[in-house]
Design a protein around this ligand. Sequence first.
Ligand code: FES
Length: 848
Amino acid sequence: MQANEGSGTVRLMVNGVITQVLLDPDRSLLDVLRDELDVTGPKPGCGEGVCGACTVLLDGEPIRSCRTAVAAVDGRGVLTIEGLAPPGELHPVQQAFLEHGAFQCGYCTPGMILSAVALHEATADPGDESIRAALEGNICRCGTYRRILAAVSDGSPDTESVRGVDSVDVPSIDLDRRPRAPWDLTPTNERDWFDVLPDGLVVVVEADRSGGWSTTSGAWLHVGGDGIVTAFTGKVDAGQDNRTGLSVILAEALELPLSHVRLVMGDTDLCPYDMGTFGSRSTPDAGRELRALGRATRDRLEELAKTLDVVGDRIGDMVRGLRRIDVAARPRDRDSAPESAPAPPPDARRLTGPSIVTGSRRYPSDVVRPGMRHGMVLRPPAADATLRSVELDAVADDHVTVVQEGAFIGVVARTPTEARRALARAKSVWDLLETPREADLEAHLRANPIDEEGWEGRFDQATGDVDAALASANVRLEATYTTAFIAHVPMETRAAVAEWNDDERLTIWTGTQVPFGVREEVAGALAIPEAAVRIIVPDFGGGFGGKHAGPVAIEAARLARAAGNPVKVRWTREDEFRHGYSRPAAVIDIEAGATRDGRLTGWRMTNLNAGTFGLEGPYEVPDQRLVYQPADAPLRQGSYRGLAATANHFARESAMDELAVALEIDALELRLAHLEDERLAAVLKAAAGRIESTRERERGTGIGFAGGIEKDAYVATAVELQVDGDRRVRLTRIVTAFDCGRIVNPDALTNQIEGAMSMGLGGALFEAVHFDAGGVLTNASLSDYRVPRITDVPPVEVILLDRPDLPSAGAGETPIIALAPAIANAIFAATSVRLRDMPLIPSGRLPD
Ligand code: FES
């Protein structure tokens, strides 16, 4: 193909199709592919070419399209994930990713697959080390590295290309029509069900609080004449694959194949109210509701079959032409788990897989609406800084609209490049808050306790006389443990597309874990009724607790209202660091006392700033006091996978190890001697037993373990590592034993646990948000903020302890809590160095 040099245009071949675009020296190939050609397989991730999400092949070579000027590809061939295999077929690497389930949210997957394809083209049968080296530039924040390694290893191009399966992760019915008002805000008998849904049967199970606290309010579904059951849930899928897990539960309750079930998730006009997808509550709450709904529907269909005299498997025939709404009684056994847990169908993983490996899945940042423009917002150098002055005269031009509403200033343009260029012409001066530097953090938190209301307020619980118990103890431990602020770093940054309709109603597509909360936020910020706002949450690229609020949705809505067009706003990676929020830093003091023969007698634990989750431990100690004291944090902070449980378990499980050393008692024995909880004892024995029962250890090798209970699930993690002569630590093995009651989908569960191990390594070893006075972050980019890469992750073994007789607890968070103390304990075993601050080894080397 010939270049178009000097013509003012660039000619390139994208996935075999020759195309011509305008030459703009500032435009990247990524922007052109996504925003001009609507080729959305390449993803924006970091903007500096270090995360690999935007990887494409340029004449066969993997390149970062975000750092490649479109002018540089004149006359050349670009291959994206969409062009890797003919329609309906998969490249062997895509097939291998699908078979290994080598993804969670899938946002990194197109880039990962293309890097792997390039490796296979360059190297026949690459070994693990070659694969790790080739993929080191591709980040998977969900941490599916073990599976990626296996998939790339199996994805040889010699394998015959195979036909893929159709994606089924979209509703089978057209849901573009909006109801008169959101169904969760409308009484059941007033909902305009069949103005939106096709003919059929609607079954509703009303909310019921008698079973205790729940994030989910009731459930409903539609049975269509095509025999497909479409259920509605306010939960969302950020990569934890609860779309598959909840579908399995529903299909099982309906006694239907998985292929007959669809889920509509996170659409606030159509779904039952849900507080949010957090706290590992999807399976316990939405799963319970969908199970009850499925059973009630099964009963209804059986009754219908009798009256209509049709056999039970012709569901479509039974409901065709009906417009019937049944409010079903909740089956009485709603809280009990079935006596046996049937294995999930073998194709369970594939519900979300095909669209991920082919790049056809549309994430919030991929949504395009007719006439859509791109918005960008003027932001301060630190969150919560205030605007002192701004000059905007040079910003607007024929294609750029400037929007100013009080302190909110943004621009709307035809492309992100135009918007970025325009905003760069604004001159602004900001006043920073007076907040401490990072070096003064511990002293600041100690000196600045604050009052908080509600469940985030001070907690102080005492049993017995802890002062007396500590004073009379034969062996005492006093230690302080700290954890740093860390960032969520979902691979997909916050994004929203807002569209106003003629009737002053608003629709926003965005990635959030709390769609109904964002609906309320948007309505409040724009002073419109909540019922006028529809939030739609496509499956999105990771949250980890970081997408609980709706600022990007509000920004897009404001800009769209002012511009008179649908507007997309996508936060840059720097925005994500500076204007999101972090996991709270923690300062935790522990005082513990024991008798000489190893009985714990006194325990005092005080957590400053992080929170109460995991503060109450599993060990039996007669005299103890547990305190949580909120403090004046210098950075914005909020939810994060595991919340404070990671910090509290790090402190407690490190302290238990320190006590075992001081008492000269085996650390597992000390724990078991103070445990009445048989389930925690079982996971501890399983993990410790597996790692102890292997080969002889070399010099400089240490093992450590830790355990805990969180969100009704039980975890124990054991770690083996080596410390070399240069005092560098290399993890060689992680074993995690996990019990979350009845297992619904073992593959998805294992994937979550493996991912938590990978993600947890970052916070344990090297991740920290660094900041200066005024809350100005000093490492707000992925080249400065290190997250785990494929070369950081050792082999991970997962032991699942199934409890089919017990209700399922969630598994998104708990697995992460025991990793850091297990590593700290293993480092002590190898070196006698006790590390009490997370991250443990920020420089990569142990202190001398
Ligand atoms: Fe890799 Fe989510 S699957 S970032």
